[in-house]
Design a binder for this molecule. Structure first.
Ligand code: UD1
Length: 370
């Protein structure tokens, strides 16, 4: 099996970097970049689980973020929670039986991260979790189950915020395992900010800075029920002062939308955008309405108002310090929030500590020291 060695020096440690979904690619890009910058005695192999497999959700991210082709693709694909998790575990176990790394590094809270962390741990391989300690308290989200599972078996816990660090201490973790490194997703945002690319829709709709909204929805609580999705969209469109609402549609949401006969003049449903195009739109938007976690962090750093259509968040810094507010999943909450936005009363926000573009380098230096 191939392990990539950037520095032609003695290798002390071999690491598997696991990535399977759109947000994973953004986080892992920071760590891959840090390996390239820092001369070190670590080899890695990049393992794509195949949870996201289309060009829109996977291939375009590898191209845009200068990620090398994965050394291994587990091709797990879609399925129920159990099917997807099982497919990843079975394939990854086979790989580990052939070649064992010293460490398996997973990022975020998706099924791919949880499945690989458990598989590695059961084969006596150490596990590192990047973005540890985040808790929404919402056990209806598969991601919350994944977060708690991964953290409970990880040997090294890399956190994005002081609050996540405190959470891990509250859960009984010793300080030797917990490292406050900052946010790898923000590393990638800052690194590629100057390369953000104007998407076609900009000229097609003659978009103007600060005069459109962006909407993204993919959580089951918002998109699996047709009537609920319809009601939320109606409220958003009714109270958005007729400026365009650009709606890049996640495949999960598309399944529900196909059953809806949408007729809103200022709603523009489009295919999922690539990373550089999406963030080009975000940086000039009036605001973003979303149920994503990562986007609340990116809008905080870009200083763009963010209205989160969820009842809870695992990323409280984006609310305490950033530009994010929890609007909830009740469509009745949308009108007052948009009124506040259009009256110019949205908070300005500030950037959390260590969200400075250096988190990947901190992680790689720590791995080296370990
Ligand atoms: C997953 C993550 C979620 C993350 C999101 C980002 C879990 C539990 N959830 O949710 O935390 O915010 O990714 O997008 O891991 N599909 C495609 N093309 C693809 C990939 C998926 O059409 O390339 C379809 C699948 O067939 C499935 C749906 O999209 O029907 C959902 O995909 P899945 O990866 O299961 O979960 P997400 O909702 O994307």
């Amino acid at each position: 099996m191939i392990f990539l060695n950037f520095a032609q020096i003695i290798i002390f440690m071999k690491i598997d970097l696991i990535a399977g979904t759109r947000p994973n690619f953004v986080k892992i890009a920071s760590i891959v970049n840090a390996f390239a910058i820092l001369r070190n005695n670590i080899e890695y192999r990049l393992i794509h689980t195949g949870q996201h497999y289309t060009d829109a959700l996977s291939g375009s991210f590898f191209k845009d973020l200068n990620l090398p082709d994965p050394h291994i693709n587990l091709n797990a694909g879609s399925g129920s929670q159990a099917e997807q998790t099982a497919a990843i575990m079975i394939s990854y176990e086979k790989i580990l039986k052939e070649t064992k790394p010293d460490l398996c590094l997973v990022v975020g809270d998706v099924n791919s991260s949880m499945a690989c962390a458990i598989t590695a741990k059961k084969m006596q391989i150490k596990v590192a979790h990047v973005e540890a300690g985040l808790r929404s308290g919402d056990w209806n989200m598969p991601e919350e189950v994944n977060r708690v599972l991964i953290d409970s078996i990880s040997d090294y816990l890399f956190v994005t915020t002081e609050e996540a660090k405190e959470q891990l201490f509250k859960e009984g973790n010793k300080s030797e395992r917990v490292f406050f490194v900052g946010n790898t997703m923000i590393d990638t945002l800052l690194r590629f900010k100057s390369k953000f690319r104007k998407p076609q829709i900009w000229d097609q709709l003659n978009l103007q800075k600060n005069k459109y909204l962006i909407l993204t929805l993919h959580r089951p609580a918002n998109v699996d029920e047709i009537s609920k999705l319809h009601e939320s969209l109606t409220e958003i469109l009714k109270h958005s002062r007729e400026i365009p609402v650009i709606f890049p549609i996640h495949p999960r949401t598309n399944k529900t939308l196909e059953a809806l006969d949408l007729h809103f003049e200022n709603l523009y449903p489009i295919s999922p955008l690539g990373y550089l195009e999406f963030n080009y739109l975000v940086q000039y938007a009036k605001a973003v309405l979303t149920d994503s976690g990562g986007i609340t962090e990116e809008t905080t750093v870009l200083g763009i108002p963010c209205l989160t259509l969820r009842d809870n968040t695992e990323r409280s810094e984006t609310i305490l310090l950033g530009t994010n507010e929890l609007i909830g999943t009740d469509p009745n909450n949308i009108a007052p929030a948009l009124d506040k936005l259009f009256k110019g009363n949205w908070k300005k926000g500030s950037i959390p500590d260590k969200w400075d573009g250096k988190s990947g380098e901190r992680i790689v230096k720590l791995l080296q020291a370990l």
